[in-house]
Design a protein around this ligand. Structure first.
Ligand SMILES: NC(=O)c1ccc[n+]([C@@H]2O[C@H](COP(=O)([O-])OP(=O)(O)OC[C@H]3O[C@@H](n4cnc5c(N)ncnc54)[C@H](O)[C@@H]3O)[C@@H](O)[C@H]2O)c1
Ligand SMILES: Nc1ncnc2c1ncn2[C@@H]1O[C@H](COP(=O)(O)OP(=O)(O)OP(=O)(O)O)[C@@H](O)[C@H]1O
Length: 294
């Protein structure tokens, strides 16, 4: 099996996690690669390099990898997705962070779950992404023009709200007067959109959510739409520029720019285990059922 390990940060327990993962996979005679910048962080912290091969970009992953193992929090998985892109390499998330909504394996269960990869006791959860196109083209966006969680537009350098004229398949929807607007995938529905009052979507729902960020029109509510439509946005405001974000990445865009958002032509494959399925994750992480009255 050929496996790529990905991580971004070094903290106290990183050593232990990486050692657990590499020890287990070596015993299984895996062909192991590690993200070069992550290895450098480990080496700076007196990690002894057990002759791991390295990779550093999307192109390096193009050569028949079986899995990517992400070590970190949800943000690290979002970053791993920018390397995997359309390569259909399943991602296994080991949680070294806080919430770990997408990164579901806890440190103490690493061997238990990695064994399940060998016994094929897992399923693949296909996650839709959203894709952004701008007219005119914007060089700040580059070719990583997609998001696993959400694409947002928001105000920049001002407390003044922006107006976001929104069309679905060329039909006018609304002009949101708000701090911003979120176009969320089902995966992203438990992220920023949820904090702004959006609904939780099951990962397999073929839908997107349009969620306004602090709209000044009290009747503006999150809207669930099918994922086969094209959403077009035009932003106006006091400043000449606004911000667009794709998961953790941001770019400044000028007001004349038109944004077109639609489902991306590829999916991200998340490895899911029976013990850590989506419904259990929302119960556990959103503390459903913690109310002692029921
Ligand atoms: N007010 C908010 O809730 C808010 C604001 C900005 C961004 N975000 C989220 O943060 C993401 C970027 O992550 P980051 O690490 O760069 O930012 P960050 O460091 O601010 O962390 C954001 C938090 O959101 C959680 N999160 C991310 N994706 C999630 C998901 N799909 N389901 C449930 N929780 C999720 C993370 O676990 C983390 O605790 C964005 O895609 C967005 O969804 C949330
Ligand atoms: N490789 C790692 N080793 C140890 N700790 C890590 C590692 N990567 C991330 N962390 C810890 O997790 C924190 C969050 O990481 P990350 O940005 O990946 O996730 P996040 O989006 O903030 O989500 P979460 O809330 O799930 O942690 C980091 O600040 C750090 O404390």
């Amino acid at each position: 099996m050929k496996i790529a390990i990905f991580g971004q940060y070094y903290q106290n327990n990183t050593h232990e996690i990486v050692e657990k993962v590499t020890r287990f996979l070596r015993e299984k005679s895996c062909d192991l690669y590690i993200y070069e910048k992550f290895l450098n962080k480990l080496l700076e912290n007196s990690f002894v390099n057990p002759n791991l091969k390295t990779y550093s970009c999307h192109e390096d992953l193009q050569n028949q990898f079986d899995f990517v193992i992400s070590i970190g929090g949800d943000g690290t998985i979002l970053r791993a997705a920018t390397l995997v892109q359309d390569l259909n390499i399943p991602i296994i998330g080991i949680n070294a962070g806080r919430l770990g909504f997408l990164a579901t394996i806890q440190e103490e269960n690493i061997e238990f779950f990695l064994e399940k990869i060998y016994t094929k006791e897992y399923t693949i959860s296909k996650r839709a992404l959203v894709n952004l196109q701008t007219s005119p083209e914007n060089k700040n966006i580059g070719n990583i023009n997609f998001a696993l969680n959400e694409i947002t537009v928001s105000r920049k350098d001002t407390t003044s709200m922006i107006t976001i004229e929104t069309f679905i398949n060329d039909e006018y929807l609304n002009s949101y007067w708000a701090d911003g607007l979120i176009i969320s995938t089902p995966t992203g529905s438990t992220g920023y959109s949820l904090s702004c009052g959006g609904p939780v979507l099951m990962p397999t729902a073929n839908c997107l959510v349009i969620t306004p960020i602090a709209p000044h029109t009290l009747t503006a509510r999150p809207l669930v739409i099918p994922d086969n439509v094209e959403i077009r946005l035009k932003v106006t405001g006091r400043e000449e520029q606004f911000l667009v974000s794709m998961d953790s990445r941001i770019a400044s865009i000028s007001n004349e720019t038109q944004l077109t958002i639609k489902k991306a032509p590829f999916e991200i494959l998340m490895v899911e285990f029976q013990e850590e399925r989506f419904l259990k994750t929302i119960r556990k992480k959103l503390l459903w059922g913690e109310d002692k009255r029921n």
